[in-house]
Design a protein around this ligand. Structure first.
Ligand code: MN
Length: 208
């Protein structure tokens, strides 16, 4: 099978106390695995599409046949989005900038200040978008085709790369991402999550 579940870059309990081990285990081993399995199933009879990368599929959904397009959009999106999500988080103690309050540094920091005025303002816009997103979906910091930074949300497992945007940072706000620990308190999950952002990885997403 062409697509495989990537390993988590840390242990299930590494993001405690902000995200609990049981949530991480179910989220990665069951939910993400499910997207990978369903993507592979959808592509079973399409050897030419199985040669493509998940990015290749998602950036050209029109080339995917009608009867499997929605399955590829949902499950390919789920695979791509979660693969990014695991990487933009890190155990709090391992964040390079943790002693500075967990903020972006260097070139990224300068560019974000230019766009949003301050990191606090970006954080506010991003958190607000995440808190008010109706139903299941994602909140993103992306760059558009003219390299402008935007805070956006996508419904379901839709991925920014399908609309020509490059995700730099993403937050999963499906209930499966937080319900065991936070139940209906999505705002608390969002606030806690900022303690986990792996700015080194975000910086690397930004510069590549
Ligand atoms: Mn998820």
């Amino acid at each position: 099978m062409p697509f495989e579940l990537p390993e988590l870059p840390y242990h299930y309990d590494a993001l405690e106390p902000f995200i609990d081990a049981q949530t991480m285990e179910i989220h990665h081993d069951k939910h993400h695995q499910g997207y990978v399995d369903k993507l592979n199933k959808a592509l079973e009879n399409y050897p030419d599409l199985r040669e493509k990368s998940v990015e290749g599929l998602l950036t050209d959904l029109n080339s995917v046949p009608d009867n499997i397009r929605m399955a590829v959009r949902n499950n390919g999106g789920g695979h791509f989005n979660h693969s990014l999500f695991w990487k933009v988080m890190a155990p709090p103690a391992r964040q390079s900038s943790v002693d500075k309050g967990g903020e972006p540094e260097g070139e990224l920091s300068k560019e974000l200040e230019k766009e949003f005025g301050s990191f606090e303002e970006l954080k506010k816009q991003f958190s607000n978008a995440a808190a008010t997103l109706f139903g299941s979906g994602w909140t993103w910091l992306v760059r558009d085709s003219s390299n402008k930074f935007l805070v956006i949300t996508t419904p379901n497992q839709d991925s920014p790369i399908s609309q020509g945007q490059t995700p730099i940072l993403g937050l999963d706000v499906w209930e499966h991402a937080y319900y065991l620990k936070y139940q209906n308190r999505r705002g608390e999950y969002i606030e806690a999550w900022w303690n986990l952002v792996n700015w080194d990885q975000v910086e690397s997403n930004f510069s590549s």
